[in-house]
Design a protein around this ligand. Structure first.
Ligand SMILES: C[C@@](O)(CCOP(=O)(O)OP(=O)(O)O)CC(=O)O
Ligand SMILES: [Mg+2]
Length: 324
């Protein structure tokens, strides 16, 4: 049962799905994680990159006092009770006048677990482009500009990298289309697909063994003290509970998917992260590193299809980048 269950869980995560999360294997020491409340202890932001067939980018002109007149991509803070995609569609309608559908996540950015920005490649599906006649508190107007000559001033130059990501994805999709799965999560957490690949290209995945074998979940603290090092520290904290990290190289490759619901006060998110663990010394790596304690173990992926999917994702870095 364990192997079929794990294979099913891994296949679901590799397909960009996953499952809701109500508990974790590892959390910051001390108090249990505070309940996640949007606009109280977490801020989620959505941002859309529209790239036309003529290589033009949709920008909006900001109306806020602190950045009035500057140009930015349609973006905004999520409101309690909405899903990530609903927030994206609301912000694009408010700021650009257009209806839209997300195509895929392009990037997830985090400044610690209490500020996460979801960046989407999106396509317009209707509506009327907002002109200066419709200027309001949300934006002054929206307009398409050639990607190679964007207007100035920009509100912030962080969008240049995001526009480039969109152009690269349009040119060659490095990962499958990945969209948030609307599943409840009580925490801001990460589900790990932590892999060890042997010289013979056999893949092991670290699994939690408390209860039914499962992909481990690490919760991220939300108070300022626990946020140092961002969400990467939460991954390392879980791994150091069972591995001796000083002779290993740990790399967070990126996202295989994410879960969030937003309704019924379940404001948490679960990021499914692909992680590699390798020995620092380049010698023969036939077996994964020893695991300390009883709470985790290595599971050798025997299903050929799963193994080849994992190797393809690992070798191609076929994941949504996480920018910390
Ligand atoms: C927060 C940003 O990613 C921009 C999106 O937030 P807005 O300031 O545009 O919020 P709304 O008023 O909801 O549209 C910029 C940042 O520095 O985080
Ligand atoms: Mg905005």
């Amino acid at each position: 049962m364990a192997s079929e269950g794990l294979a099913g869980a891994l296949a679901s995560v590799l397909a960009g799905q996953g499952s809701s999360v109500h508990s974790c294997d590892s959390a910051p020491a001390g108090e249990p994680p505070a309940p996640v409340r949007l606009r109280k202890n977490v801020c989620y932001v959505v941002l859309a990159v529209f790239l036309s067939e003529q290589d033009e980018v949709l920008l909006i002109q900001e109306a806020k006092r602190e950045c009035r007149g500057s140009w930015y991509l349609p973006a905004g803070r999520m409101e309690p009770g909405e899903t990530i995609v609903e927030a994206l569609q609301r912000e694009v309608k408010e700021e650009a006048g257009l209806h839209c559908e997300p195509e895929t996540l392009l990037s997830v950015e985090e400044r610690g677990p209490s500020w996460v920005r979801f960046v989407f490649l999106a396509r317009p599906t209707g509506g009327i482009l907002k002109t200066s006649k419709e200027a309001d508190a949300e934006s002054l107007q929206a307009a398409w500009y050639p990607r190679t000559s964007l207007p100035t001033p920009l509100r912030a130059h962080d969008i240049l990298h995001l526009v480039e990501l969109a152009a690269q994805y349009r040119q060659q999709a490095r990962h499958p289309l990945i969209l948030p799965q609307e599943l409840p999560c009580d925490l801001v957490c990460q589900r790990l697909v932590a892999t060890f690949t042997s010289s013979a290209q056999t893949v092991w995945v670290l699994v939690g063994t408390v209860g039914m074998p499962h992909l481990p979940v690490t919760a991220c603290g939300l108070d300022p003290m626990e946020q140092r090092g961002g969400m990467k520290m939460a991954v390392l904290r879980l791994l150091q509970e069972c591995l001796t990290l000083h002779h290993l190289v740990v790399e967070i490759k990126g996202l295989l998917g994410l879960q969030h619901l937003g309704r019924d006060h379940s404001d948490g998110i679960c990021l499914n992260v692909l992680v590699t663990v390798a020995f620092r010394s380049p010698g023969i790596q036939d077996e994964p590193p020893k695991v300390r304690g009883e709470n985790f173990s290595w599971w050798k992926v025997m299903e050929e299809d799963l193994q080849s999917q994992l190797l393809q994702r690992l070798q191609g870095s076929s994941v949504v980048p996480v920018n910390r």
